[in-house]
Design a protein around this ligand. Sequence first.
Ligand SMILES: [Zn+2]
Length: 127
Amino acid sequence: MASSRQKREQLAAKKSRKRLKRRQAELTEQELRIKGEAAARRLIAVDSSKIRSRSVMPSRDVPLFAGKYYLDYSFTCIDCRSKQVWTGLQQKWWHEDFGADWERIAVRCRDCRRKERSRRDEARKTH
Ligand SMILES: [Zn+2]
């Protein structure tokens, strides 16, 4: 016969197993909801196996998309003040193929980026 202490422990273990199961079910449900919404918004999934950066993904919109999808990112170019959208695909290339850190995000439009690059190249040549 199991002692009452053993019984209590067994009961507690059973309870915590149940709680864990419920938590997992909730997580899967949340995951499915995120997946569904990501598909509806045609979000690009993060391929974490290609991420070389050890920095932490920026927290914008992370609770909903759990750091698993790239969200189109609206910003104002710091040089010409034009409104820009940095698309999920561009971000995927930047972080996965180019290997840039998560902190390094777009601040300039394409034109200003090109000007900035040639300005830097010029500066390197003359020094
Ligand atoms: Zn610009």
